[in-house]
Ligand binder design. Structure first.
Ligand code: FAD
Length: 504
């Protein structure tokens, strides 16, 4: 190949090229070198390459450069250069030693490129990345970015904390929980890369209270930066999952709800107690009044005109009649004072929810009594048509009776078991305790109003089980004491399942 072709090729190359002697004195520079440095080709020849040095490049860099090229090895690196006009640029410089036939370095070939703009852009990207990372990191919500294979690309401090809390990669718990909660809507949104607004999910953690999170998903696309995708752009989808821990909020809401249930039950209990007491009082008064009526009839017969002096009997019986009349009026007034049953609309009630609420209400009592609770809810939702407050009161009564019975026995076995089992068209709830139990002879009597095994001193009216029976009857169910249980007590409640509701 003719040598002038080499010269023309170097002369016209887009890369700034210079050739120096062994001490870096410039012997030749091409047109691109002149464009880059601002020195004309004739001006620069004879000068040392150090004319370009801006003096902020550390001395060590030059030392390394020279050490490398003197070993006849090419050197590449970045140098801060100064143009003829004094302006600076960042040069990506490659120096290659030219070795003669004697094996000595006779010249150096220098090639350089102005990479100031590339460097500026790189630094800008780096700065933005650092900025984004610090903003994401300081966010109070957990943030995680996943690629299309659900691999974590970026996460923040809050997310890392969750890894410790949940004991595993949080997305592995949160995404399945979202899927379960949203059903096919999640899969559709996922397939079409649609955003999902804040959804609340519950994550059970063994041995600790459930955790609640509000999760939101948003998607964005990125052009693939791989070489393959240079001419044929490929898009990658990334999923941004933001997670806010709302456990405390949920606990507060639950505490508020339980408190209002407690207040409602207390009020209902008070009215129920009043109703039962007045009804009992009316019942108790009716008996002597009836006896009095009978006595008057007897008197009337004894003092009839045929058997007594005129007038004597009339006065006695009419006075008594008047007394009885007044008493009956008083009794009716008393009866009128009995509060009516609230005629609230019946609604679908989940027994699992009612029973778990009742257990929450009784938690402190159970803890104080040191009772171990075994709560086995229905695997399927057992729904009955009825009044939730009345049903809650019914089970509250049974649970508190059980606690009292366990306290009375003072045995080592202190257990309460509640099971809820749907059986064909009704649901059976068993409330079992390891307490003092109920004697065989009292199995039916305990449901009578004013019957109590506690004695008057304990201030028991003996209305609890009577009320329980009334509620069960009003709901079309049955309640009894299981005769097969001899240690402790098992109260069996059966309620008809609501028709037309799936219990599966
Ligand atoms: P010093 O490092 O103190 O050296 C002064 C001069 O002494 C050098 O320029 C060189 O001529 C000579 N010298 C130093 N050490 C040795 C040695 N070990 N063996 C032989 N001679 C030595 N520098 C830039 O800043 N920008 C460039 O674009 C650039 N391009 C270069 C291209 C080539 C082909 C070569 C060979 C060198 C290039 N240099 C460049 C390096 C440059 O020669 C200087 O080393 C550097 O600028 C530091 O300047 P200085 O005044 O501190 O020189």
């Amino acid at each position: 190949m003719p040598s002038h072709l080499f010269r023309q090729a170097v002369e016209q190359a887009a890369l700034a090229i210079s050739i120096t002697d062994a001490r870096a004195n410039i012997l030749y520079a091409n047109a691109a070198f002149a464009r880059t440095t601002g020195y004309g080709q004739d001006e620069i020849v004879g000068h040392n390459e150090s004319i370009l040095s801006y003096r902020v490049t550390p001395q060590l860099v030059y030392e390394t450069l020279w050490a490398q090229i003197q070993r006849q090895r090419p050197w590449n690196g970045l140098l801060v250069n100064k143009r003829k006009d004094g302006s600076r640029y960042l040069a990506d410089v490659t120096i290659t030693p030219v070795v003669n036939e004697d094996g000595l370095t006779s010249h150096y070939l220098g090639m350089q490129r102005d990479v100031t703009e590339v460097h500026r852009l790189e630094r800008q990207v780096q700065n933005q990345k650092t900025l984004i990372e610090s903003v994401v990191d300081s966010a109070q919500v957990a943030i995680v970015l996943l690629d299309d294979r659900e691999h974590v690309v970026l996460d923040n401090q809050e997310y890392k904390k969750l890894i410790g809390d949940l004991g595993q990669e949080p997305v592995l718990r949160l995404l399945p929980a979202l899927r379960t909660q949203m059903g096919s809507a999640f899969d559709q949104a996922y397939a079409k890369h649609l955003n999902i607004a804040a959804r609340e999910v519950c994550i059970p953690i063994s041995g600790r209270p459930d955790r609640w999170f509000s999760c939101a998903i948003s998607w964005f696309e990125e052009q693939d930066v791989g070489a393959d995708a240079f001419y044929e752009p490929m898009r990658r989808h990334y999923m941004l999952l933001t997670v806010q821990d709302i456990t405390e909020l949920k606990q507060q809401q639950e505490a508020l709800r339980i408190n209002s249930v407690r207040a409602l039950l207390a009020e209902q209990e008070r009215i129920q107690g009043l109703r039962e007491t007045l009804a009992g009082a009316v019942y108790q008064l009716e008996t002597p009044l009836n006896m009095l009526s009978t006595a008057i009839h007897l008197l009337e017969r004894r003092f009839s005109p045929t058997s007594s002096p005129a007038g004597a009997g009339d006065i006695t019986t009419s006075t008594l009649d008047e007394a009885i009349k007044k008493s009956r009026e008083a009794l009716e007034t008393l009866r009128a004072c009995i509060p009516d049953h609230a005629v609230a609309q019946q609604q679908l009630v989940s027994l699992n929810e009612i029973l778990s609420d009742v257990l929450k209400l009784a938690t402190s009592n159970l803890l104080v009594a040191g009772i171990v609770v075994d709560w086995i809810p229905c695997a399927q939702p057992a729904v009955v048509l009825g009044h939730s407050a009345q049903l809650a009161n019914l089970f509250k009564q049974l649970v508190f009776n059980a606690i009292e019975a366990v306290n009375e026995r003072r045995g080592s076995q202190r257990e309460l078991r509640i099971t809820c089992t749907p059986l064909s068209d009704y649901v059976e709830i068993l409330v079992e305790d390891s307490g003092s139990g109920i004697a065989e002879s009292l199995r039916y009597t305990v449901f009578q109003p004013f019957f109590t095994t506690k004695g008057a001193s304990k201030q028991h009216l003996g209305l609890g089980l009577a009320m329980a029976q009334e509620v069960v009857t009003r709901h079309g169910g049955t309640i009894d004491i299981d005769p097969t249980v001899h240690i402790g007590c098992r109260v069996r409640v059966q309620l008809p399942l609501a028709k037309g509701v799936s219990h599966v």
